[in-house]
Design a protein around this ligand. Structure first.
Ligand SMILES: [Zn+2]
Length: 169
């Protein structure tokens, strides 16, 4: 009986097709994007668009259901008035400028007038998410130059200065 030479075949033979990959131990995160953005119920991440031309990632955020609406000034439940699309610059995603976009409800309070409701990811009156604002402030503290921070984070001078002003008040 001729001896068969061993070819490269056995390498393939060693490849084992085992059982399906085991479930990862620990907590399964159903929505890591929401966690990264610091979103809480009822807000969730919708479409995420990558715009290569604009060097930008746009993340749509929406409320799952109608949450009870509260006045931003006094936190009293108020009837809805309308909603406005707003956007916030968030921390970059792999060097892509990242923008959070959401329709945010406004309520009508008899005394306080028409006010936007609170969103969990940003302070009122800023175009940055809280995480982005924290980074800007951190950089401003360490670099001590608004121009340098604005350049590094691709902001304009007013945006960087606005964060500084909010941090010191
Ligand atoms: Zn109010």
């Amino acid at each position: 009986m001729p001896v068969r030479r061993q070819g490269p075949g056995p390498v393939l033979a060693e490849v084992r097709i085992g059982p399906a990959a085991p479930q990862l131990a620990g907590v399964q995160d159903r929505d890591p994007n929401a966690r990264i953005l610091g979103l809480v119920d009822p807000w969730e991440v919708g479409d995420v668009q990558l715009d290569l031309k604009a060097d930008e990632v746009r993340v749509a955020v929406a409320a799952k259901r109608h949450a009870s609406l509260q006045c931003l000034e006094c936190a009293k439940p108020c009837p809805g008035y309308d909603s406005r699309q707003r956007s916030w610059r968030h921390l970059d995603t792999c060097q892509f400028r990242t923008i959070l976009i959401a329709d945010v409800a406004r309520v009508e309070h008899p005394e306080h007038g028409v006010k936007q409701v609170h969103v969990p990811w940003a302070e009122p009156g800023t175009g940055f998410t809280a995480l982005m604002e924290a980074v800007v402030i951190d950089w401003l503290r360490s670099l001590a130059s608004i121009e340098a921070v604005a350049e590094q984070l691709r902001l304009n001078w007013d945006e960087a200065d606005g964060s500084m002003a909010r941090a010191v008040t």
